[in-house]
Ligand binder design. Structure first.
Ligand code: GLA
Length: 327
């Protein structure tokens, strides 16, 4: 046979083989509420890595609302998947998600956001992988306090803008932890102003922050608290719009991977840094547990808390992200 033909034949054979191998591979879903956030893209990437390492295919589906979530479960079942990991767009969908999954005999692991039942109580029988929300929130407050003292700000000229999303438990725990840490450090409670955001994205937080800023025209310096990077970025953009300069604003986000664009900007902004947890671990571990459950009947533990976190700033973000294989 001609050399070239041989190569072609080999490629053809490899294709057939990989297709038949794929047909036999176990399929597991990974459903996320906000695929536009690098946080969730990172979870997907590491779930795929787990699939490669451990031999299953990951079906990735964006589920921005309830209807898409329930449809996604139907299509997972139709494609023969045996279970899925999900960050739900709304914790209150928990009972509907579980009912539908049961009807198809699919196993479910929640990641990031915990399901709640009809009474609003956490559904703690569903295995959950999440960040140590209170602790990471407290760290946000501590780092804000540290940086404000480094800048020599006077407490009575400073206000805390806390953009909240209390219907989401992990968010409520982060922002509460942050405010608590500031109070413990000595920041006066009456200068901590809270405002709820209507949506968990930059525009939502921007609107919330603007309405808060106009109510407190005397504040000279702002500390910005929020449950994730986008929330804090919305707050920072609002301060800029109202004429505050970077030296008078300190915002510290949570997620890290969502802050890369901002931290890469040549000039410093009011967005000082971000707490980087482990989206890689969330993505890999959750689906690894699901795989063990489906293939070996190993029931996952009900609660897996991911604790490690590092503060990334303009100075160290590249290095820290590289360390975790995130850049
Ligand atoms: C929530 C937030 C995300 C991210 C995850 C981390 O889902 O909306 O931005 O912070 O928690 O667990």
């Amino acid at each position: 046979m001609h050399k070239f033909t041989k190569v072609l034949a080999a490629i053809g054979l490899a294709t057939v083989m990989s297709q038949s191998a794929m047909a036999e591979n176990l399929k597991l879903g990974f459903l996320v509420k906000q695929p536009e956030e690098p946080w969730f893209q990172t979870e997907w990437k590491f779930a795929d890595q787990a699939g490669k390492d451990l031999g299953f295919d990951v079906i990735k589906i964006a589920v921005p609302d309830g209807e898409k979530t329930l449809n996604a479960i139907d299509s997972l079942a139709a494609s023969g998947a045996k279970g899925f990991v999900i960050c739900t767009p709304d914790p209150k969908l928990g009972p509907a998600i579980i009912a539908k999954a049961r009807s198809y005999d699919l196993k479910v692991i929640a990641v990031d956001d915990q399901f709640v039942n009809a009474k609003g109580e956490p559904m703690d029988t569903v295995p959950l992988v999440m960040m140590a929300a209170t602790k990471i929130g407290e760290r946000q407050g501590e780092e804000l306090w540290k940086e404000m003292n480094k800048r020599g700000w006077k407490v009575d000229e400073t206000g805390v803008m806390a953009i909240t999303a209390n219907e989401l438990d992990t968010a409520r725990r982060r922002t509460s932890g942050s405010m608590e840490a500031l109070k413990v450090a000595g920041f006066p409670e009456k200068q901590i102003y809270q405002v709820p955001t209507k949506s968990n994205d930059i525009p939502g937080a921007f609107d919330a922050a603007n309405s808060l800023l106009v109510q407190h025209p005397k504040v000279k310096n702002w500390l910005i608290i929020g449950m994730n990077d986008n929330t804090v970025l919305g707050g920072v953009r609002a301060t800029e719009g109202q004429g505050f300069k970077a030296p008078n604003v300190i915002g510290i986000g949570i997620n890290g991977v969502d802050a890369v664009n901002e931290l890469s900007k040549g000039q410093a902004t009011g967005f000082f840094g971000s707490l980087l947890p482990s989206p890689d671990v969330h993505g890999y571990k959750s689906i690894q547990m699901l795989n063990e459950w489906v293939t070996k009947g190993v029931e996952p533990q009900k609660f897996t808390e991911v604790t490690d976190v590092v503060l990334i700033t303009r100075e160290n973000f590249k290095e820290e992200l590289k360390k975790k294989g995130l850049m």
